[in-house]
Design a protein around this ligand. Structure first.
Ligand SMILES: Nc1ncnc2c1ncn2[C@@H]1O[C@H](COP(=O)(O)OP(=O)(O)OP(=O)(O)O)[C@@H](O)[C@H]1O
Ligand SMILES: [Mg+2]
Length: 356
């Protein structure tokens, strides 16, 4: 594996490594036109640590590309904050925005042809991205990057002479040309077959690991979650649940833990499956227990605490057990998107519970 150098990284963002690479707080994006308003992001919260690789999944229209558009500096939020590598995106001047897009973030689009200039070879595409940002040592560095992405042998081919997967590898090299702190990929494998997708994702994982570049990959392929440690699900313009996956020795014993995201006001979203299985609607009953919050249907009879709190008698035991308990996030205290104590949810909603 070749070594890729980091020109000018430290001067650009000395403090960025110490804090979160990406922090979105109550991010709102409303598109308006023809008298119709679309709330694409409805108060999204997300924190990604420096060097992390995170998959963003969610149904079509959930706001994934909108989020990436904002983080890439192409679009601006309507409200809320987005801070990337220490930069407050909304207040950047035009010049700062241009510099940000050239040197702080790298971007990979789904459409392979959108990432590369068709009349330039792979090597020239990478070198051109460096030329735009004034990055020195173009020839050596583009060769290093193409080698890192295992496409060095085909460096002198044009995009039309490369397969879709190879084009995406070149696109990743281009996105890394100016040694960005953050890499944003919107459906980078959307046009590839399954086997090639896995390869491209594997390459992105390796780039993340070896170069330490914070990476956000948007996809609507739920199987991507199997390849990354942290997957964030966006639903209706908000981060809804997160899955943390840990691999045992040799990677064969993968375990996944699912968390729901709680915002600064204490709001959280229950998985749709839980809501329908336990027929939760209008209002739910919340009870604060020493280490967890019990959530149950207000329509049902009061819980029998003596019988272990199984008050959703019609639901399968395992599901009711999981749905009823919002556990404190023991063991994930490094995730500041999760609250210190899950019990905070009891605040506002509890008042509703008092009503008949
Ligand atoms: N420029 C725009 N003008 C108006 N509405 C928009 C615009 N871009 C996106 N939207 C709307 O905002 C919502 C979120 O769109 P977005 O493209 O972020 O979804 P997505 O999660 O990326 O979906 P997909 O998986 O299909 O790519 C959708 O309802 C979409 O129709
Ligand atoms: Mg999209």
């Amino acid at each position: 594996m070749s070594t890729v150098t980091h020109p000018g990284r430290d001067e650009r963002m000395p403090a960025a490594r110490a804090e979160a690479a990406i922090r979105c707080t109550d991010l709102v994006r409303i598109y308006s036109g023809d008298g119709v308003e679309v709330q694409a992001l409805q108060g999204l919260n997300l924190q990604v640590d420096a060097g992390e690789l995170v998959a963003i999944v969610g149904a079509s229209g959930s706001g994934k590309s909108t989020l990436l558009g904002i983080l890439s500096g192409l679009d601006k939020q309507t409200a809320g904050r987005a801070v990337v590598a220490g930069r407050e995106l909304v207040t950047m001047t035009r010049a700062q925005r241009l510099e940000y897009r050239r040197r702080v973030v790298g971007f990979i689009w789904q459409q392979t042809e959108r990432n590369l200039l068709p009349y330039l070879t792979a090597r020239q595409n990478v070198a051109m991205a460096m030329g735009l940002a004034g990055t020195p040592d173009r020839e050596r560095r583009s060769a290093e990057l193409l080698d890192l992405l295992e496409i060095g042998r085909k460096a002198d081919r044009r995009p039309s002479e490369l397969s879709g997967g190879e084009q995406q590898r070149v696109a990743i090299a281009v996105s890394l040309a100016n040694d960005p702190l953050v890499l944003l990929a919107d459906e980078p494998t959307g046009e590839l077959d399954d086997a090639t997708s896995v390869e491209v994702l594997e390459v992105m994982r390796r780039v993340n690991r070896e170069l330490g570049v914070t990476t956000l990959i948007v996809t609507h392929d739920p199987t991507v979650a199997e390849h990354v440690r942290r997957t964030v699900l966006i639903r209706d313009g908000r981060t809804s649940t997160e899955v943390f996956r840990s691999h045992g020795e040799g990677g064969e014993h993968a375990t996944a833990e699912e968390f729901t995201v709680i915002d600064r006001s204490g709001r959280l979203q229950l998985p749709a499956e839980y809501v329908s299985r336990l027929e939760l609607r209008d209002r739910v009953r919340l009870e604060l227990e020493p280490t967890y919050v019990r959530v149950s249907s207000a329509q049902r009879a009061a819980p029998e605490s003596a019988a272990g709190g199984r008050h959703a008698a019609t639901a399968p035991a395992e599901l009711s057990e999981r749905a009823e308990r919002v556990e404190g996030p023991e063991g994930v205290s490094d995730r500041s998107v999760l609250p210190e104590r899950a019990e905070r949810v009891e605040g506002p909603a509890r008042q509703g519970e008092e009503q008949p």
